[in-house]
Design a protein around this ligand. Sequence first.
Ligand SMILES: O=C(CO)[C@@H](O)[C@H](O)COP(=O)(O)O
Length: 208
Amino acid sequence: MKIAPSMLASDYTRMGECVRAVQDADWLHLDIMDGHFVPNISFGPDVVHALRPLTDRPFDVHLMLSHPKRYVQKFADAGADILTFHVECEDDIEETLAEIERCGMKPSLSLKPGTPVEALFPYLDRLYMVLVMTVEPGFGGQKFMPEQLEKVRALRARRPELLIEVDGGVNRETAAACRAAGVDVAVAGTSVFRATDITEEIRILRGE
Ligand SMILES: O=C(CO)[C@@H](O)[C@H](O)COP(=O)(O)O
């Protein structure tokens, strides 16, 4: 299982050092929150752009925005590789996917814990990845919701080749359940950035 450390849990006074500290991870996860789709505000494309030269890891950008389509070009310019937005957003899903493709990024859709997995089914053929939220989006440091792994199993059964990521509450114990459910990529914020040995923690989360 690949590990994507979430910069939401990094020390914002030294974000550059934090990016270098997770060089051994597979991807870098960047959470973008607008204070409307979720009750929190994080950072925007300028921060993503500033961090881009510090690592060659793929930038996995998760838009928790009511209107993601407006910002697709900005995140492409900032250096995003994979762009995830939510099926519950207020923009047209097909049009937003087309805009992500037009900008040369890999399209991905996410869903909140309360949204049935079937909401994603009409779009699966167009997606590079699905991000299954294992906490209510908006904040780091929450408890993993194990029942969300049912969505991973349902998606895996329907599309064996689809890349599946989970996000929220991933630690040593819950990572094992994710691996068993067939998760390809796990986002981990608190467990990685609070670890005494970050490199070792990533290795353990991967299941190595
Ligand atoms: O998108 C989110 C929260 O909305 C996640 O990326 C969290 O930031 C993961 O943090 P931890 O649960 O690992 O602390």
